[in-house]
Design a protein around this ligand. Structure first.
Ligand code: C2E
Ligand code: MG
Ligand code: MG
Length: 499
């Protein structure tokens, strides 16, 4: 099957000489239209205009790939004519770094990148493949390939691997992609389903620096329905005030003094009961609900903190977790300022927790945003440290004040020499960066002892206190000075200060 420009534009007159004023793009379109009649310039201009118009309705002008409508029609025809013993693979490629490239090198940079992607795909596939572009950042390839054939799957991976780094305006750019593939008829019954399932697989590909192609499986479809249902319920839950903020203390590992309180969201669904955050946060992040969650969490936490202070407790530093999507907002620092002012809590009493994975997503934007946050007076902690690898040089560029060592390093550390040396190195590195270290998830006396010996300064965990609602947390603040002895603080305090 052939989907050349001529067949789509539907003209078949012989080639003609082009006027000087015709740009290379227009020239390409004209030459491809295979037209030639001796027309006066005025008519020729009108002819070109019409041709461009018709071309633009069917193709993407930048890349000369089929646009969504044309691609979908071509795909439908391809499936209709697909022999019974053949399968068609549809690859959906999401390019994730276009916005970043726009910020770095403007529309010229983006155009160069998308043209490069289109050209790379064109040279990577056989002539019987269909190529299309949906919107700005999605590229599609349809080609004969079977789900169960290893060679075919390798060919699909190679097609995606063909998107190699290129040079744009003197700098090397690597397309950051998330790719998914679905097969007809193994996965989907129609062209519409095939495209939808490939896009669903791409959305599960994880993106970022992972260029492997995610294959659709039927479980993804039910996951999508579940996500949708969960999103509807989260929105309703926020509207109906079903969310709560709980607090967990962060304590000094030597004195036991409460240094801070981490605000942790809780959602008790009226029918489902408590829903784990590991389910709520990713769905909220894929929709815009994460902004509402962040604003609600921050507002509530600062309001609760002010009430503890008004009732005579020393105000701990309040830590709030932040998702990458929150930080992408241009007005993020202003939002922080506004909410702090509303609650008259000093900016130095606020800490934001960001994860390492966030830093790997869009380095420059996040560095910029973290500096803006820092300028408001709030401090920044790196959360779940050790679960990804953030290089020393990158850490040095960030305005961080503490590092929270992920609980997977702490659990059973008293029984693992290997974990002890690892944590030792992390603490030494944090010291060099002048960061406070916080051990997450301390559950036993053994773990507390080892973390103290290693020189970790602060900790959180069930050993001290599980997360509590605001009212109970206030009570915890008043009782802790006497209760902390039962957690083994008194002895250390005596040993160290001779009291
Ligand atoms: P995180 O920020 O690393 O929070 C620590 C998690 O460890 C919390 O789980 C806490 O309840 C749990 N934890 C504390 N001490 C112990 C312990 O001794 N043992 C064990 N096994 N676990 C302990 P939680 O509350 O389920 O929160 C999970 C994650 O959800 C948080 O991890 C954070 O990344 C995210 N999260 C929580 N609230 C928010 C929020 O308001 N916004 C965003 N974006 N994320 C949030
Ligand atoms: Mg946290
Ligand atoms: Mg954590």
């Amino acid at each position: 099957m052939h989907f050349g420009i001529t067949s789509l534009i539907g003209r078949s007159t012989p080639p003609r000489k082009l006027p000087k004023s015709v740009s290379p793009d227009r020239a390409g379109i004209l030459a491809a239209s295979a037209d030639s009649v001796d027309l006066p310039e005025r008519d020729l201009d009108e002819e070109i205009r019409q041709l461009m118009l018709r071309y633009g309705q069917r193709f993407d002008i930048q890349t000369r790939l089929m646009n969504q409508q044309t691609f979908q029609a071509a795909l439908a025809e391809l499936l209709r004519n697909c022999p019974a013993d053949q399968e068609i693979a549809l690859i959906w490629i999401d390019v994730l770094n276009l916005r970043r490239e726009f910020a770095l090198s403007g529309s010229r940079g983006v155009e160069a990148l998308v043209v490069h992607i289109a050209d790379s795909l064109r040279s990577a596939v056989d002539s019987d493949a269909l190529l299309g572009r949906f919107g700005a950042r999605c590229f599609l390839v349809a080609m004969p390939a079977s789900k169960s054939n290893r060679a075919d799957r390798l060919r699909i991976q190679m097609t995606v691997d063909a998107l190699e780094p290129m040079r744009v305006l003197g700098a090397e750019i690597r397309p950051t992609i998330a790719a998914g593939v679905a097969f007809y008829p193994a996965d989907a019954n129609s062209d519409e389903e095939l495209v939808r399932f490939a896009s669903l697989a791409a959305s599960r590909a994880g993106g970022a620096r992972n260029a492997s192609v995610m294959t659709f499986d039927s479980g993804m479809n039910s996951l999508l329905l579940r996500d949708h249902q969960l999103e509807v319920e989260i929105r309703k839950g926020l509207d109906e005030n079903q969310f709560r903020v709980y607090y967990q203390p962060k304590v000094d590992l030597i004195t036991g003094q409460v240094l801070g309180a981490e605000a942790l969201m809780r959602w008790n669904h009226p029918e489902w009961g408590p829903v784990p955050l590991s389910e709520v946060i990713p769905v909220a992040e894929r929709s815009n609900l994460i902004h509402r969650i962040f604003e609600f969490g921050l507002r509530t936490a600062l309001w609760d903190a002010r009430r503890w202070r008004d009732r005579g407790s020393a105000l701990p530093v309040i830590s709030v977790n932040v998702s990458p999507a929150n930080l992408r907002r241009d007005d993020f620092a202003r939002l922080l300022n506004d909410i702090q002012t509303e609650n008259s809590v000093a900016p130095t009493k606020l800490e934001l927790e960001v994860t390492e994975s966030m830093l790997l997503e869009d380095e420059e934007l996040f560095i910029k945003r973290l500096r803006q946050v820092n300028a408001t007076g709030a401090s920044i902690a790196i959360d779940d440290f050790g679960t990804r690898y953030t290089g020393f040089n990158m850490l040095r560029q960030l305005p961080l004040s503490s590092m929270k060592i992920d609980q997977c390093f702490i659990q059973g550390i008293d029984r693992s020499q290997e974990m002890q040396s690892l944590c030792h190195t992390i603490v030494a590195m944090a010291r060099q960066l002048k960061l406070q270290t916080v051990a997450e998830g301390i559950e036993t006396q053994g773990e507390l002892r080892v973390m103290r010996e290693i020189g970790c300064e602060a900790g959180q965990g069930y050993l001290f206190q599980r997360p509590l609602p605001a009212e109970e947390f206030h009570q915890f603040l008043t009782e802790w000075p006497t209760r902390k002895r039962s957690c083994g603080f008194a002895d250390v305090y005596q040993q160290r200060y001779g009291m």
